[in-house]
Design a protein around this ligand. Structure first.
Ligand code: ZN
Length: 467
């Protein structure tokens, strides 16, 4: 009986283990060839460079560690391409926000879950293996709390679980329509909490998501949407968890901050809050050189969302200056107007080239591949912003892996960093082959395993909303 039992155990262990073999892989100490990787449950059991391929191994081309998407509003996926017609009096972030609010007011819990699942499927297909969801849609359409106030946050978590993407949920505290605690607008009613109702929401989500291995941070929406006391209360709830806040995305926001306090948003924040490595300052587009250096010195991450920032006409963050000061950044898909990890990195570099009329601006101090510098920086910053430690392709780390195709013409006869440059500047998500997140294969030959079902439901939602 004992022998049979131990045999059963071994069979189960074998069944739970996946062995992969890659022609090239980006390991923590650099590129390696012929890398064999064993996955057990959600972890990498072994990572062996220079290994022989064994019978039963799945063979793949290039392995990269997964990327974190530090900033997403999943529901905004429904309006991709629907805000590209100018209004009569010109068009800005603020007119885009009016359209976004119209969608935010209509989604029911099922629809929100369907849209989020679509966004998360597309994130995985592009190489994001974890998302920081900056979640501010909390209440029923009439502004009343759901029977379970955490209802919509749980729908987000369920969508992430179905897609298989790692989730760091960032429930948002939204209190006011402008600096100084101006009363919220009617079309913000689904977002609004008091400090007390937010604390209950946060606790409800934390206790529900912990058993699923999902993390919960805090997200005071912005200095215009929380009072100083509300901000302090949210920060106190965080403990060691991530603290994310929108900051200085718009010139108008900076001007309102100065009118209210005499200080720019970043100046005000750094003077009053213990900004440190837990913090992710999202956008920080409009900063002075002094603010940029001050943020870098705190160890906080700046959450850059290059495609959305370009789409919204936000402006260009002075990234070269920030990186030279030792600043850390992560990348986010934010409005999800286009979901593509590599294209976010490309847009970040291209915005700097357009602003400086130079090339390879973010390649770092030592001459080397710009793609590699962008990828490494976004991984380090992204992991910090979503509180992931011990990652990368090494034993014991979470099994989050991206593989690139071996039959894409652009990647012909390339090795090492040239593969990253090819992916980021010459191909994007069309080059992604397979993606594993938390040890499970989610994407095969560029297509998420659940794409058909998730896309069918998404189409129904979109038809209803646009009818
Ligand atoms: Zn945002």
């Amino acid at each position: 009986v004992t022998i049979v039992h131990s045999q059963e155990t071994t069979d189960k262990e074998n069944a739970a283990m996946t062995a992969l073999w890659f022609t090239q892989a980006l390991l923590p100490d650099g590129w390696a060839a012929n890398v064999r990787v064993e996955i057990e449950a959600d972890r990498l059991l072994t990572v062996t460079p220079g290994a022989a391929r064994q019978t039963g191994d799945e063979c793949h081309h290039v392995a990269l560690p997964g990327l974190c998407n530090v900033h997403s509003h999943a529901f905004q996926r429904v309006m991709a391409g629907l805000a590209e017609i100018p209004g009569r009096a010109g068009d800005t972030f603020w007119t885009w926000r009016e359209i976004m609010y119209r969608f935010a007011q209509r989604l029911d819990p099922d629809q929100l879950g369907a849209v989020a699942a679509m966004a998360y499927v597309e994130m995985l297909e592009s190489g994001f293996t974890r998302v920081g969801e900056f979640h501010y849609l909390h209440h029923e359409r009439n502004g009343h709390a759901y029977a379970n106030p955490a209802e919509l946050g749980l729908r987000i978590a369920d969508a992430a679980r179905r897609a298989g993407i790692g989730l760091t949920l960032l429930p948002v505290l939204y209190m006011a329509s402008d600096f100084g605690g101006a009363p919220p607008r009617d079309d913000q009613r689904r977002f609004i909490n008091t400090v007390d109702s937010y604390a209950r929401l946060h606790e409800g989500l934390r206790s529900a998501l912990a058993p699923m291995g999902m993390k919960v941070g805090v997200a005071p929406h912005s200095l215009r949407a929380v009072t100083p006391d509300g901000l302090s209360a949210a920060v106190a709830l965080a403990g060691p968890a991530p603290i994310h806040i929108h900051i200085a995305e718009q010139i108008g926001e900076v001007e309102s901050s100065i009118a209210w306090s005499g200080q720019r948003p970043v100046e005000w924040l750094l003077d009053r809050q213990p900004v440190d490595q837990r913090w992710c300052l999202v956008h920080a587009t409009h900063v002075t050189s002094q603010e940029n250096a001050a943020i870098a010195a705190t160890g906080a991450v700046i959450g850059l969302c290059p495609l959305t920032e370009a789409n919204l006409g936000d402006g260009i963050f002075p990234a070269a200056e920030f990186v030279a000061a030792g600043g850390r950044f992560g990348i986010g898909s934010d409005s999800n107007v286009l979901i593509d990890a590599a294209s976010e990195l490309m847009m970040l570099e291209y915005s700097q080239r357009l602003a400086t009329r130079r090339r390879n601006v973010l390649s770092g101090p030592a001459p080397g591949s710009t793609g590699r510098a962008l990828f490494d920086a976004a991984r380090v910053g992204g992991n910090q912003a979503l509180a992931i430690s011990g990652d990368g392709l090494r034993a014991g780390a979470a099994a989050d892996i991206i593989s690139l195709r071996n039959d894409h013409p652009t990647l012909t006869a390339r090795a090492g960093d040239a593969l990253l440059d090819g992916w980021i500047f010459g191909g994007g998500k069309a080059m992604v082959d397979c993606v594993w997140a938390n040890g499970k294969v989610c994407v095969v030959e560029g297509r998420h395993q659940a794409r058909t079902a998730v896309a069918a439901r998404y189409r129904e939602v979109l038809r209803d909303l646009l009818a």
